[in-house]
Design a protein around this ligand. Structure first.
Ligand code: FES
Length: 350
């Protein structure tokens, strides 16, 4: 089988290269040389491994159109886990070199400190990492990244975004959507405080673009709020004064998550504006009649569209939520504000 040279240029203009056979995906070829690029499902479902092909021939197959939209594929975006080279390839990544690992991610153990129901479908999970081989408690991660949590006694793992900021104490927080048939959801329903579970990671490319000076617009659907809680907490700790607005999409007011925490974050980040977009709200809000900056009886997609239309300059749009929400915001942003930058992460099934 022919082997090809794959050259990768990262967002911060670092380069690396590896060989990949025609019967290997680019992800398999890279990992055979101990290059671990951000990925999640490994099967063309999540879109986390999206990169851009600058030149060369390839065959991309067995992927979900929700992971990579047709127009993005036409423009040259590819999924590392679904792409087989047919010539040497030059590829660019939308993330910097420091998000690439050169050894497989270590698996740690963590103790469950708290499992707190937030509503019928969402729980807040808090873990305490146990010391690693070097007696360190902390986990190396960037705000916005995710880890794989494992069900004890099985090989089953599921990816969840961290909802707290990097810390030295080994504390990890999550917002987890419960699914009726989800295996991790079933485990969580009967899990006990004090029980240990495995944690692998962190990884992912959905992180703050620290070098960009553009206003940050965060768009969250459901538990897609988790990485934004991590980013906002990190911004507050860093006293980051960059303009930031959070748009939360929900069907009903009762579906809004972490409201107390967000109110506290507004005290620490005075520039933070929060918009609640409640598509089936029971009432409308009078301007200034509410302690919140924005509350709308509209979908978050509609509110974002109006906001981007009147934005004075291109912005950085970050989106996390269902594939439907992410794809809707991506498509709308391309049309309404083509110069804005997009960063996104889609849920996969639990
Ligand atoms: S890792 Fe490639 S689509 Fe999920």
């Amino acid at each position: 089988m022919d082997s090809y040279q794959i050259t990768i240029t990262t967002q911060d203009q670092q380069q690396l290269a590896f060989a990949c056979r025609g019967d290997q995906t680019l992800q398999q070829g890279a990992e055979a040389e101990n290059i671990f690029l951000p990925s999640q499902c490994g099967s063309g479902v999540c879109g986390v491994c999206t990169v851009h092909c600058q030149s060369g021939e390839f065959d991309m197959r067995d992927y979900n159109s929700e992971a990579l939209a047709a127009d993005a594929a036409e423009q040259g975006d590819i999924l590392l886990c679904s792409t087989y080279p047919r010539s040497d390839l030059a590829v660019s990544t939308p993330y910097s070199y420091d998000l690439i690992h050169f050894e497989s991610l270590a698996q740690r153990q963590a103790e469950i400190l708290e499992i707190k129901p937030i509503n019928d479908d969402v729980v807040a999970l808090e873990l305490q990492l146990l010391p690693d081989a070097e007696d360190m408690l902390s986990l190396d991660f960037e705000a916005g990244q995710f880890v794989e949590l494992g069900i004890p006694g099985t090989d089953i793992t599921r990816p969840y975004s961290l909802a707290n900021a990097p810390n030295w104490d080994g504390r990890l927080a999550f917002l987890i959507q419960l699914h009726p048939q989800g295996q991790f959801s079933q485990f969580l329903r009967q899990a006990k405080v004090g029980q240990n579970i495995s944690v692998t990671g962190a990884q992912g490319q959905f992180v703050l673009q620290e070098s960009s000076l553009a206003p940050r617009y965060f768009v969250a659907g459901g538990t897609g709020l988790a990485p934004f809680l991590s980013m906002l907490t990190h911004m507050a700790e860093m006293m980051d004064s960059q303009t930031v607005e959070l748009f939360i999409g929900a069907k009903h007011e009762k579906d809004l998550l972490a409201m107390e925490q967000l109110t506290a974050l507004q005290q620490q980040l005075p520039q933070l504006k929060i918009h609640r977009c409640i598509s089936q709200a029971e009432h409308t809000w009078q301007p200034d009649a509410d302690e919140w900056i924005g509350a709308y009886r509209q979908s978050v997609l509609e509110v974002m569209k109006q906001t981007l239309k009147t934005a004075a300059e291109p912005v950085d749009v970050y989106v996390c939520g269902s594939p439907r929400l992410v794809n809707g915001i991506v498509e709308m942003t391309h049309t309404v504000s083509p110069e804005s930058q997009l960063f996104y992460e889609r849920f996969t099934t639990a």
